[in-house]
Unconditional design. Sequence first.
Length: 198
Amino acid sequence: MAFDTFDEGISLGGVRSKTEIRTLICYIFDRVGIPMKKDTVVTALLQKGLANYFECSSSFDDLYKNNNIKLVDEEKKLYFISDSGKMIARQLEDTLAYTVKEKACECTLALLEKERIEKENVVTITKLDNGYNVNCSISGGDMDLLKFSLYVPDITQARIVRKSFHKNPQLFYNVVIAMLTRNKGTVTDALKDLNSIL
């Protein structure tokens, strides 16, 4: 297959033709099976150096113009694959390397999980006269399980707190509950979980 794309930022084994990029985008939608934002799909391809940003964005737009993917939620900017897009994914998926397909789907699912965690566990940063408040909320679905506010002196630390919290809000909740209840079993389990990520 002819290489007809910019290859800046593409890792060894990445896709270098527009047809492959379009096929891979359709494959991701077909395999994941849920509506997604354009940014999620494009970022998934960029994370492992599978394709160039400009080419990914352009290929996504081409698929949309050709009705291979459709905007299904205008407010949330969610797209989903059409029947013609599914046909592309299923008829041409063998033209893509197995490792490329697996990496693309793996990255997409990880990004979707990150989006879910950030949506359900909200962090807001509020500027103060002498620093910042980081306000964190752990959701239990239809109710907040835990809310707290933490003062930090600068925006860099505020962003670090937000990132660390979003990595595993459930673990944070478990550690707080363990400390507050002083249940030995709960404390032991929480410390094991905490040690596993340190």
